[in-house]
Design a protein around this ligand. Structure first.
Ligand SMILES: [Ca+2]
Ligand SMILES: [Ca+2]
Ligand SMILES: [Ca+2]
Ligand SMILES: [Ca+2]
Length: 251
């Protein structure tokens, strides 16, 4: 029963926008802007360590931050559009019409960020299957990645604290009008690929590494709501029934 509730909890998630105007977040790789304390937390395990994605939104941008406690940070692609899945990379996926298509429709988008600083972005072709993605879509993503202090990249002789990401993606890149976001539910997933793709962990339990990550039918959901957030305890356990909820840990 506990596992069942957990699955429900992680497959359906709500994100609050606390302000209708733009959020004053500086995209500099530091997640210490006060607004991030209000972000919805989507923590999942990547093997032995946690990956903590944070999501906020306003009518201009989708904001995605991530704190990755990877003890051995690796990556070789330093800037621009690269094969970042060959590095340690974090990826998020949105299907804006929540069609749960068994592939990547034109309304599905993937952003990928590598630990060494490069990125990539795709939409879909609508053909179905796990090869249904298209590098031709180029976003206006703004992002900064940073090593946690004291961490070293491509040096396994120490234990790293990990790395982090701060980003924002304009809704207009996905042909979404910002004033229509409130109340929308979209398909949604997050991946962390470690060891050059040999170890891939997913927020949605239906996604099994790179074998079915491009089938939106396997993703969870995210709902953009103004006015309330999920009631979770500080270990991320659901403590009240769905729909009757407040964010309590930061109070
Ligand atoms: Ca910042
Ligand atoms: Ca690693
Ligand atoms: Ca692209
Ligand atoms: Ca290291």
């Amino acid at each position: 029963m506990r596992f069942f509730l957990y699955v429900i909890f992680i497959m359906l998630f709500t994100v609050v926008s606390w302000m209708s105007e733009s959020i004053a977040i500086v995209i500099d790789g530091d997640l210490d802007d006060p607004e991030w304390e209000k972000a919805q937390d989507f923590t999942f395990q990547a093997g032995d360590f946690p990956v903590k994605p944070l999501v906020l939104w306003d009518e201009t941008y989708f904001y995605f931050g991530c704190i990755i406690s990877d003890p051995n940070v690796e990556g070789k692609h330093k800037d621009g559009i690269q094969n970042v899945w060959e590095d340690n990379d974090v990826e998020y996926y949105l299907e804006t019409d929540n069609d749960k298509f068994a592939g990547r429709s034109k309304n599905s988008f993937q952003l990928l960020f590598g630990a060494a600083g490069a990125y990539n972005d795709t939409d879909g072709k609508g053909l179905g299957g796990n090869a249904d993605y298209d590098f031709g879509w180029d976003s206006h993503i703004e992002y900064v990645t940073a090593l946690e202090p004291g961490s070293t990249i491509n040096d396994g002789n120490d234990v790293d604290k990990g790395w982090r990401l701060e980003s924002r993606l304009p809704w207009s890149d996905m042909d979404i009008k910002g004033n229509t976001v409130k109340g929308k539910t979209m398909g949604w997933n997050i991946l962390y690929a470690d060891d050059a793709g040999a170890s891939v962990s997913s927020w949605s339990p239906k996604v099994n590494g790179f074998t079915n990550n491009h089938e939106a039918s396997n993703w969870g959901e995210i709902t953009f709501i103004d006015g309330y957030a999920l009631d979770v305890d500080c270990e991320n356990h659901l403590v009240t029934t769905w729909g009757n909820i407040r964010l309590s840990c930061s109070n």
